[in-house]
Design a protein around this ligand. Structure first.
Ligand code: IMP
Ligand code: MG
Length: 172
């Protein structure tokens, strides 16, 4: 049996989500905000975050897949589901579960910019810095976690554990 060590309690996640939503609601008041969730991992974070927002928003999703081993990004990234909402001249906020090397997000930001949005900002629940390869500017961070392979609250290992209500470090 794999070993799961708690990293973020449900209460710590809830607190971070509420704080982020408050900041986002303030920063984007009177803007035309489109949240772009990155499937699949961000679906739970996005679902919780939008229910705390006090401003109107539109929601869309993209899906990016990367080839590589099961616990790290290879650097070969492709888009397997594109936007459906027109983001031209809109303020876009990418909602990601976790940023590790930064390769996926760098690819996604470039892709979204090709649709000529007014701004593109990044919000992640977890900023995991140990393996960062690209120094990407993250505008909204829920928690900084040094290292580990994390599962739960949307995060998976081989499609498992997404349903856990808290975040755990998985030792295989
Ligand atoms: P990056 O391109 O290396 O920044 O990887 C980002 C993507 O890899 C995230 O959106 C996750 O889908 C996945 N990922 C990175 N680290 C973890 C982890 O610790 N647990 C689960 N998925 C992860
Ligand atoms: Mg992801």
């Amino acid at each position: 049996m794999p070993d799961l060590t708690p990293v973020l309690l449900k209460e710590e996640i809830d607190e971070a989500v509420a704080k982020l939503a408050h900041r986002i609601s303030t920063d984007f008041e009177n803007h035309q905000l489109v949240l772009v969730g990155v499937l699949k991992g961000a679906f739970i974070f996005l679902a919780d975050l939008i229910r705390h927002l006090t401003i109107p928003v539109k929601v869309d999703f993209v899906r990016i897949a990367s080839y590589g081993s099961e616990t790290s990004t290879s650097g070969t990234i492709r888009l397997t589901k594109n936007l459906e909402i027109d983001i031209k001249n809109k303020d876009v906020l990418i909602i990601e579960d976790i940023i590790d090397t930064g390769l996926s997000l760098t690819y996604l930001v470039d892709h979204l910019k090709s649709f000529k949005p007014k701004t593109v900002r990044i919000c992640t629940l977890i900023d995991k810095r140990e393996r960062r390869k690209i120094d990407i500017q993250i505008d909204y961070v829920g928690h900084i976690i040094k290292k580990g392979f994390l599962v739960g609250y949307g995060l998976d290992y081989a499609e498992e554990y997404r349903n856990l209500p808290a975040v755990y470090d998985l030792q295989l």
